[in-house]
Design a binder for this molecule. Structure first.
Ligand SMILES: Cc1cc2nc3c(=O)[nH]c(=O)nc-3n(C[C@H](O)[C@H](O)[C@H](O)COP(=O)(O)OP(=O)(O)OC[C@H]3O[C@@H](n4cnc5c(N)ncnc54)[C@H](O)[C@@H]3O)c2cc1C
Length: 440
């Protein structure tokens, strides 16, 4: 079948199977060049093998829960959305969540996903007690911080290239309500946004939305949004009776690909100006339900169609703290001068790297979507070079178009990872279209 990631670019002719049990899965792994696929929310080609893509959708059972520790044992194909549906009403929430809940536990471990709280709570791997993985010999190995530790460390953030994760034990966080107390602060430009973020590092959640079409002293004007889990007894009386429940939401559905004019710079400029004005107007503390706070895009089903038939590509890099301000200014200046732009550009503050091949490092990460065309692909190549000049690196879960040369220049860790995979014999058994493209 023709297969792509969330960005719908590139589209690859791939053989896909969805084994229903362990024997069927092991038979597929034996064929080699295998890659596990979760829910396909990585943007590019990391969950695609042209000859052997293994869809994990039937490995979707929750197996055990310990209400004293918050430990959930579940198969790798379980969706985060299902974990939240089952456990938020009982007072538990994931410690770390990406900007969509439509991801699997396997995909979250393989990308070692980060949330708006990386500066404080690290990435998802920190809350994985153990997982079971299928190795190149087809046996199943339990991995944790004390058992098969090397495999544990390389798998968290290893993009599926060490084996197929079958099941995992993850920890959930106790909460007393399903609501978030959000504070929005307006920043005149990106330097100001960083000052705000540096002075609010104690906030649990912190993210900035950047208007990447501004220039001069307004370059990177932003709204910084901070958040805390609201305590049940501090909620407005209307919500206090059932603090772990929120009203049902209406979902929008995008039925068709948007035409090119919808993404004209004038439309984006108007959208960004309105968004900033509205954010400034509501720049105070208010209560938001968990779904709207963490997953605003999930409310618009098929929003990736807004970018048109040719799909979208996301650019996401991280710059080390000491280079971040200069690098971000250079990236934003290149974007705003290019004549193309993005609706939503997101800036987050990262804490230190946690696992061997995890994307985050202490610094700032910038993420933005572009419709795929010759002009935006050329712009992203320029952004790659600016990132390299500032010692940054790129998020493989978002990548769909980076060159091998750029990747290898950005990743001193690639060589060690390739050597580890060779030593373990997994480099023949497992591989994705992305790992081939990047020479991993
Ligand atoms: C709207 C949106 C917002 C996002 N926001 C964030 C964010 O804030 N932070 C963030 O970190 N990411 C973010 N992402 C990226 C997303 O969290 C990751 O790409 C995640 O890996 C997707 O999970 P998935 O189950 O869909 O995996 P897939 O997309 O199917 O696969 C992703 C990778 O995981 C591997 N994998 C999947 N299942 C297994 C398994 N069982 N065993 C071994 N390897 C496996 C695949 O081989 C592949 O390398 C976002 C994506 C979208 C679409």
């Amino acid at each position: 079948m023709n297969l792509s990631g969330w960005g719908r670019y590139p589209v690859i002719d791939a053989q896909v199977t969805a084994p229903r049990n362990l024997d069927a899965l092991l038979n597929r792994v034996k064929l080699g060049s295998a890659i596990a696929r979760g829910n396909g929310r990585a943007y590019g080609d990391s969950a695609i093998s042209p000859t052997n893509t293994i869809h994990m959708k039937h490995f979707n059972r929750m197996l055990a829960f310990d209400a004293t520790t918050g430990q959930l044992v579940a198969e790798a194909g379980v969706l985060l959305a299902d974990v939240i549906d089952a456990f938020l009403p009982r007072g538990w929430f994931p410690f770390v969540t990406p900007g969509t809940k439509c991801v699997t536990l396997g995909g979250m471990i393989a990308a070692d996903v980060h949330g708006k709280n990386h500066h404080k709570d690290g990435s998802f791997g920190r809350y994985v007690d153990w997982f079971d993985i299928v190795t190149s010999e087809g046996d199943i190995r339990r991995c944790s911080a004390s058992e098969n530790t090397e495999l544990f460390q390389w798998t968290i953030g290893g993009m599926g290239l060490t084996g197929v994760i079958l099941r995992a034990a993850i920890r959930l966080k106790p909460v007393t309500s399903a609501w978030i107390e959000q504070t929005t602060l307006a920043a005149a430009n990106v330097t100001h946004a960083m000052e705000i973020m540096e002075s609010t590092l104690e906030a649990t959640y912190s993210v900035a939305w950047i208007d990447c079409l501004t220039t001069g002293k307004d370059l990177g004007r932003a709204l910084v949004m901070l958040g805390e889990h609201a305590e049940a007894d501090s909620l407005p009386s209307a919500y206090r009776k059932r603090p772990l429940q929120t009203p049902p939401k209406r979902r929008l559905h995008i039925p068709l690909d948007f035409p090119g004019w919808a993404l004209r710079r004038s439309n984006m400029r108007a959208f960004n100006a309105l968004y900033h004005w509205n954010g400034k107007r509501n720049a105070d503390r208010h209560i938001v339900d968990w779904d709207r706070y963490f997953y605003p895009l999930d409310a618009i089903q098929g929003w990736n169609r807004i970018y048109g038939r040719r799909g979208l590509a996301q650019f996401q890099c991280v710059l080390p703290l000491c280079q971040a301000e200069q690098g971000l200014r250079a990236l934003l200046a290149a974007i705003s001068a290019s004549g193309t732009g993005a609706f939503l550009t997101v800036l987050k503050r990262f804490g230190p790297q946690e696992s061997r091949f995890s994307f985050p490092m202490e610094g700032y990460t910038l993420a933005l979507d572009f419709p795929v065309n010759a002009q935006t692909l050329a712009l992203m190549n320029r952004l790659d070079r600016i990132t390299l000049q500032h010692d940054g690196r790129f998020y493989l879960a978002k990548d769909s178009r980076m060159s091998r040369d750029v990747f290898l220049q950005s990743e001193q860790r690639a060589d060690d990872y390739a050597k580890y995979r060779q030593k373990e014999g997994v480099s023949v058994t497992y591989g994705s279209a992305q790992s081939k493209r990047l020479g991993l």
